[in-house]
Design a protein around this ligand. Structure first.
Ligand SMILES: Nc1nc2c(c(=O)[nH]1)N[C@H]1C(S)=C(S)[C@@H](COP(=O)(O)OP(=O)(O)OC[C@H]3O[C@@H](n4cnc5c(=O)[nH]c(N)nc54)[C@H](O)[C@@H]3O)O[C@H]1N2
Ligand SMILES: Nc1nc2c(c(=O)[nH]1)N[C@H]1C(S)=C(S)[C@@H](COP(=O)(O)OP(=O)(O)OC[C@H]3O[C@@H](n4cnc5c(=O)[nH]c(N)nc54)[C@H](O)[C@@H]3O)O[C@H]1N2
Ligand code: SF4
Ligand SMILES: [Mo]
Length: 785
């Protein structure tokens, strides 16, 4: 292993390069872009053992996104983004013991997220005592004892919160929630609270299950796939294979997005000769460049057209049999949509009537329709209601519970869905709690716990004093960065189980602990031999994942080991669980999962089947809807447009091509033509002119939320970009500074990261320089609010 800290160059934002956005995604450049750094960082052997084992049946599950694997695997079952994630994790560079004495926490806090992540893998537990500015290495026994002592000293279990990020395996997640509930709280915030929480509620309340109602094969079998609020070319790259397959089978694709994302337009499949040399496959047949937050209006307008078509030709348009047998609420929906104001729709969407008509015609022509979506839909104030509108549109023509059709939220983290199945949720239903209590002979707490936003609020109020994280980087991922950091610093004790350094290790409680763990790529050997873990992808397929390379250090413990030891030290005999046994043999954990988690019966046997198994899903398998009436519910939802005062813009925060959430791999957003920098705000050319700005100039970006707190991103460069008028985009996590903690989606409490009102002003840095530097900024923009 490489025991020295590499020299890491921070980005020089003044070197920003901008070129035209790309028209196509993937192809050979995608693969070479990933393989060169892989070999450079890991050498040929480690690259071969990791990248080539990725997504193979005897290998490990790609730790990046939650896109599923095909039944028949090729030799290369990965994409550029998967290779980057693996290179970042399996790098042999480790943080040496001396690092901690050389860098104070204050020094580390001045570094960028990129710099922190590039220091290499964490290998030993380190502890920062209260009042000190340095971490120092301690033993595992000391670290475990410290957590147990602090937890057992709290006045109430609800003074602690236990976060989970979606890379954690099913086995670790199951033990973690047992530990937390055994300790006595449901404060189990997770990354899903900031991600697909709106999908869970929108689907749960209408069709009784918050998961996709499609299988992998349905994509290729669909007549029409409508992709909403999603950038698959970067965030789910191998999804493009299935979109291509759908086209090849005669299906069509519609993309609804404010940005003309490369992966929505044209795809060069790196596995095919045509993809290497030719022009690739034309993807979207129709591209609707919608305004931010306009989807709910669009969906209502399309459903209204479907109902109008039925009124013109009674009995021929709706799926009457399905609606009569399986659904309720049709009359209410009809009544509600009859009132729809088309002018309001045009304003909210920014689209032309003909574009909406065309989409409705495409929908009516298709027998099998899938609608997919991701963060462009869920991270909106009306996210839950918008998802209910997706369900409305699908139900009208029976597009749920038949092959080639369905609702498909596309999950983010590779196992975020599995973690929820295992009980990582602050509001698990009573039936789960009953089964858990019975299995382990204890009384689980019944009161709902705090989600991610609520956890920060309770830290602000001094009610949550202890924080433990199983992966992730909550301080950087949650909204209102400054407030979140202050809240975290107000706590007494924070501990992070992590593989690499990040912002959450340097914005800590008074005492802080880092517990390094093994990644999914690494071979996990315990007393009874080699262990595997299991995960669930976005289409409910559960399968095994086997590490394939030597762990970067022998001091590392697996997540299962760390949690078992923490639980044993903290709980003693409070729950009837063989914590020591779990660590030695993960089959024992899976035996418990079989008995507690519905759908996971005979888990050990089924997980060993070729390719794993698919969890049951009522709507998908048998049109069974676990709602109070047993029927799927068509819902009437009131429109609410995003209001934009004059002189402001609606900002969305999104991912570049060189990052995984808060992990920054590099400074290029290749498909969008933005290179060597991240401090940019993408704005429509006409808005740039109207606001009196110049393409390429620096601005300060101010949040307009009126709660007395100043929110600003300084020295951002304006980049002219084909986004709709009035809409802008900037990269997350940096832009989280602008998202207010209280700006959350109705009904899911998810931060509204895709519609923040901002105002651009001349940069403060320029005001102190020559007057000439601000000359290009017009009064309309410069005027203070
Ligand atoms: N390489 C890579 N892969 C990842 C991740 C990563 O960071 N890097 N993150 C993972 C995670 S956790 C997640 S949740 C997923 C996220 O996957 P995405 O949801 O694709 O991620 P975002 O970058 O947030 O992109 C949001 C998309 O929605 C569009 N959009 C924004 N607002 C609206 C709107 O109002 N309406 C419509 N119709 N579109 C809108 C944006 O223009 C953009 O194309 O990706 C996962 N995969
Ligand atoms: N403004 C804005 N904010 C957002 C979003 C947005 O679009 N805009 N997106 C939201 C979404 S969709 C999500 S999912 C959240 C993401 O929130 P998180 O899941 O909290 O963040 P990540 O950046 O994925 O976490 C990365 C860290 O996880 C640790 N890690 C990586 N692999 C492992 C592992 O195998 N085990 C352990 N124990 N640790 C590991 C590493 O130390 C790494 O630094 O952010 C949300 N925040
Ligand atoms: S599509 Fe997602 S899961 Fe598949 S290899 Fe790429 S990053 Fe990994
Ligand atoms: Mo996510």
């Amino acid at each position: 292993m490489v025991n020295k800290n590499p020299k890491v160059e921070e980005a020089d934002e003044s070197e920003l390069e901008v070129s035209k956005p790309k028209e196509w995604a993937a192809g050979i450049p995608g693969v070479t872009h990933s393989m060169v750094p892989a070999i450079e960082h890991m050498g040929v052997n480690r690259t071969r053992r990791t990248v080539l084992a990725m997504n193979q049946k005897d290998g490990f599950d790609c730790p990046s996104c939650a896109w599923p694997d095909p039944h028949h695997r090729k030799a290369f079952e990965f994409c550029e983004e998967g290779a980057k994630a693996v290179t970042w994790e399996a790098t042999p560079v480790v943080i040496a013991s001396e690092f901690w004495a050389e860098h104070s926490v204050s020094d580390l806090r001045s570094r960028s997220e990129y710099w922190l992540g590039m220091q290499g893998r964490l290998t030993e537990p380190v502890y920062k005592p209260a009042g000190e500015d340095y971490y120092r290495p301690i033993t595992w026994d000391e670290a475990i004892e410290l957590v147990a002592t602090r937890l057992n000293a709290l006045g109430s279990p609800d003074e602690a919160a236990f976060y989970t990020s979606g890379r954690t395996s099913n086995e670790a997640a199951f033990l973690y929630q047992l530990f937390v509930r055994g300790y006595g709280t449901n404060n189990l915030p997770d990354c899903s609270n900031m991600c697909h929480e709106s999908s869970g509620w929108g689907m749960g309340q209408t069709i009784g299950v918050g998961k996709a109602t499609v299988t992998f094969d349905d994509f290729a079998a669909a007549d029409l796939i409508i992709l909403m609020g999603q950038n698959p070319g970067t965030n789910h790259p191998r999804m493009l294979n299935e979109l291509e397959a759908c086209k090849r089978n005669g299906g069509s694709l519609v993309a609804v997005n404010p940005l003309p994302e490369a992966g929505l337009k044209r795809y060069k499949n790196p596995q095919k000769v045509r993809g290497v040399a030719g022009k690739g496959t034309e993807l979207a047949d129709q591209f609707l460049q919608i305004r931010l937050g306009g989807d709910m209006a669009l969906l209502q307008a399309v459903s209204k057209r479907v109902l109008d078509a039925e009124a013109r030709n009674p009995g021929t348009v709706l799926d009457h049999k399905f609606l009569a047998e399986h659904c309720e609420g049709l009359e209410e929906l009809k009544e509600h949509l009859a009132q729809l104001d088309e002018q309001e729709v045009l304003e909210a969407t920014g689209l032309r009537i003909e574009e909406i008509d065309e989409l409705a015609e495409r929908y009516l022509k298709a027998d099998k329709v899938i609608i997919t979506w991701a963060m462009g839909i869920t991270q909106q104030k009306k996210g839950v209601a918008t998802i209910k509108e997706i369900i409305n549109l699908l139900l009208l023509r029976g597009n749920i519970g038949k092959p080639g059709a369905g609702a498909s939220p596309i999950r983010g983290h590779s196992n975020v869905q599995g973690d929820r199945t295992m009980g990582i949720w602050e509001q698990m239903p009573p039936a789960f709690m009953d089964a858990l209590g019975k299995e382990f002979d204890f009384e689980p707490p019944r009161e709902h716990g705090a989600d991610a936003v609520e956890t920060i609020r309770r830290m602000q109020e001094g009610k949550i004093k202890f924080f433990l994280a199983l992966g992730g980087n909550l301080v950087a991922a949650i909204s209102d960065t400054d407030a979140a950091e202050a809240a975290m610093e107000k706590t007494d004790f924070t501990a992070q189980i992590s593989i690499k350094l990040n912002r959450s290790h340097v914005s800590t409680g008074k005492e802080a602990l880092i517990l390094p763990t093994m990644g999914r790529t690494e071979i996990d050997i315990q007393e009874t031999g080699k262990q595997f873990v299991s995960v669930e992808d976005t289409v409910c397929a559960v399968h095994a994942s086997w590490g394939r390379v030597e762990p970067v250090a022998h001091t590392l413990l697996s997540e299962v080991s760390i949690i078992s030891r923490l639980a044993k030290a903290t709980l003693g005999n409070k729950v009837n669980a063989d914590w020591g046994g779990f660590e030695k043999n993960y089959d024992l954990i899976r035996d418990h999962i079989s008995r507690v988690v519905t759908g996971c019966e005979n888990y050990n046997e089924r997980i060993r089947q070729d390719g794993g198994f698919i969890l049951e899903n009522g709507p998908r398998d048998s049109r069974t809807f676990h709602t109070p009436t047993g029927k799927a519910v068509l819902t009437a939802n009131d429109l609410e447009a995003v209001e934009r005062p004059t002189g402001t813009l609606i900002l969305q925060t999104l991912r570049s091509h060189d990052q995984f959430n808060t992990t920054i791999y590099g400074f290029n957003d290749r498909y969008r033509g933005i290179k060597k920098g991240r401090h940019v705000i993408m704005v429509n050319a006409e808005d740039i002119t109207e606001l009196g700005l110049a393409d390429g100039q620096l601005v300060d970006v101010y949040g307009e939320y009126k709660d007395g707190r100043e929110r600003v991103l300084r020295d951002y460069r304006v980049v002219s970009y084909p986004t709709p008028r009035g809409c802008a985009a900037a990269y997350y996590p940096e832009a989280n500074v602008l998202v207010p903690l209280d700006h959350v989606a109705d009904g899911s409490n998810t931060p509204v990261s895709k519609a923040v009102i901002v105002r651009l002003r001349p940069p403060r840095s320029a005001e102190t320089e020559t007057a000439g530097a601000t000359a290009t900024v017009g009064a309309g923009v410069a005027a203070p609010a």
